[in-house]
Design a protein around this ligand. Structure first.
Ligand code: FRU
Length: 512
């Protein structure tokens, strides 16, 4: 089996016999292979893990099973990026050992050398993860998940497991996993968030090896339709003010509003030991069906909060119609807190770096449609583009279509405060009964009066929709039988529909 490290396709380029002319590479060209999203070269991937920035590089570790395209004994795969756009594949970072498989977790740079694994001059990268003892689980035990650590002194290329593992044992909690650790500068200690079935536990440590449980959160807060997974907690300033709030992310499976896996958030306060919130309603970072287990980078430059999610859903993750690899990550997104009409929202929005791969191709500065009128816009770049526009009085439907008869339907209805998304006829859906799923709904409870910005990023097997600067977001996988070649805009309002600044931008592939 040929394993290529490095995102450059040059290593994979074949030279024709008796010729020095290279043939075009077939690297990352399989059907449905995302062209500007991260995917492993081959085999199964799920959650992003160990997101940490160090020495000019963003590390992306991920749940990885190198022997199959369905979930199996978990390792940590690894890739790095200088720009969060192009990625270099690295060797597998963490392998299962006598304590178990390596489930989700985080990574930190131990700058003060609290662990003693590195030095102040050359700090260790420390991974904190869940050990999953498969035999223990199969024999009916409840204490099969514990927390372990490992360190790397060469920027994540090679790893040593701590010989005192596990650093946190288990006294009988069936689902006890996904540690997120960060350095709390104010308290001068490490904070760990770890989920325990239906709630969050917070632990503190001076050195990453000895941990003390300090609080719990959430038994009576938030959605509880499934197990809590993949927590994250970080401070953010409300845009345009000096007020700082803490944001807690909790993934939950099942129990998301549109079915299966989803990620909720809480806005509140954290005093170094305890998280509190007076939030009463359930809030979700993304109302599409394919953004799960997302977490943020430790130590990102400029204090930015950069989020990456796994673009799938446990309802059908194992069944999607790809052959060589399975699953992709969302585009990296910046998280901010924004006050809109007296309500504070966690906004998630693509990074500006997307500009680096976008070319403007068509623009229709203004489109006006009378009641019940529609307009068909031919698409130049099918499923490798961004479509964006400004919507004046939005009660409209959009249909992406192709010659194979596929049709993907999106509705934006300000009057009824709702975005709808229907992929039932969008392409291949019959690989799982749960994939199509009928109408997905995203309530837009609170919109400013002004014109709405709509941005849609289409890749070969996904669409990410951002309404009003990332206030309302839907991420979904799609598997069209051919590229979409047309976008129909339909006026569903009682008056005239006005669209400004419509453009289709070609997105270059990142894998050359
Ligand atoms: C979330 C999750 C985590 C777990 C990992 C196992 O998708 O279930 O809770 O650590 O996947 O691969």
């Amino acid at each position: 089996m040929l394993i290529i490290f490095g995102f450059s396709c040059k290593q994979d380029t074949k030279i024709k016999e008796n010729s020095t002319e290279p043939e075009p590479s077939d690297y990352y060209t399989e059907s449905y292979r995302p062209q500007f999203h991260f995917t492993p070269e081959q085999k199964w991937m799920n959650d992003p893990n160990g997101l940490v920035y160090s020495n000019g590089k963003y590390h992306l570790f991920y749940q990885y099973y190198p022997d199959s395209t369905v979930w199996g004994p978990m390792h940590w795969g690894h890739a790095v990026s200088k720009d969060l756009l192009t990625w270099e594949h690295k060797p597998i970072a963490l392998f299962p050992d006598k304590h178990g498989l390596i489930f989700s977790g985080s990574a930190v740079i131990d700058k003060e050398n609290t662990s003693g694994f590195g030095t102040i001059e050359k700090p260790a990268m420390v991974a904190i993860f869940t050990y999953h003892d498969m035999e223990g689980e199969q024999s009916g035990k409840k204490d099969f998940q514990t927390q372990g650590i490992a360190y790397s002194l060469d920027d994540g290329d090679s790893w040593t497991k701590y010989d005192g593992n596990p650093v946190i044992g288990n006294d009988g909690i069936k689902d006890f996993r996904d540690p997120k650790v960060f350095w709390n500068d104010k308290e001068q200690n490490w904070t760990m968030l770890v989920v325990a079935g239906d709630h969050l536990q917070i632990w503190n440590s001076p050195n990453l090896k000895e941990w003390k449980k300090v609080s719990e959160f959430g038994k009576e807060k938030g959605a509880h339709g499934g197990v809590w997974e993949c927590p994250d907690l970080f401070p953010l300033k409300i845009e345009g003010s000096d007020e700082e709030k803490w944001v807690l992310l909790i993934s939950i499976n099942p129990g998301a509003p549109n079915g299966g896996s989803g990620t909720q958030y809480f806005i509140g306060d954290f005093d170094g030991t305890t998280f509190t919130t007076d939030q009463t309603e359930n809030k979700w970072i993304d109302l599409g069906r394919d953004n799960y287990a997302g977490v943020t980078y430790n130590d990102a430059p400029n204090n930015d909060r950069i989020f990456i999610g796994w673009m799938s859903n446990w309802d059908y993750a194992r069944d999607t119609p790809t052959e060589k690899w399975r699953s992709a990550m969302t585009v990296p997104r910046k998280l901010t807190l924004r006050e809109i009409e007296d309500e504070v929202f966690l906004v998630n929005y693509p990074l500006d770096n997307m500009k680096g791969v976008e070319d403007k191709v068509t623009s229709n500065s203004q489109i006006e449609l009378k009641k019940d009128q529609n307009k068909i816009i031919p698409l130049q770049y099918g499923n490798q583009s961004e479509i964006r526009f400004m919507l004046k009085n939005p009660e409209m439907k959009m249909y992406f279509s192709n010659g194979a008869g596929d049709s993907l339907e999106i509705g934006i209805d300000r009057k009824n405060k709702m975005v709808t998304f229907n992929r039932d006829k969008s392409g291949k859906t019959d690989f799982s009964e749960k994939f199509a799923g009928g109408l997905q709904k995203m309530a837009m409870s609170n919109l400013p009066e002004e014109t709405l910005e709509v941005r849609m990023f289409l890749d070969h097997s996904s669409i990410e929709l951002f309404v009003n600067g990332g206030q309302y977001v839907m991420t979904n996988q799609i598997f069209p039988n051919e590229f979409y070649t047309a976008l129909t805009l339909e006026n569903n309002s009682s008056g005239e529909l006005k669209i400004n600044d419509f453009s289709e931008l070609k997105i270059e592939r990142i894998w050359d």
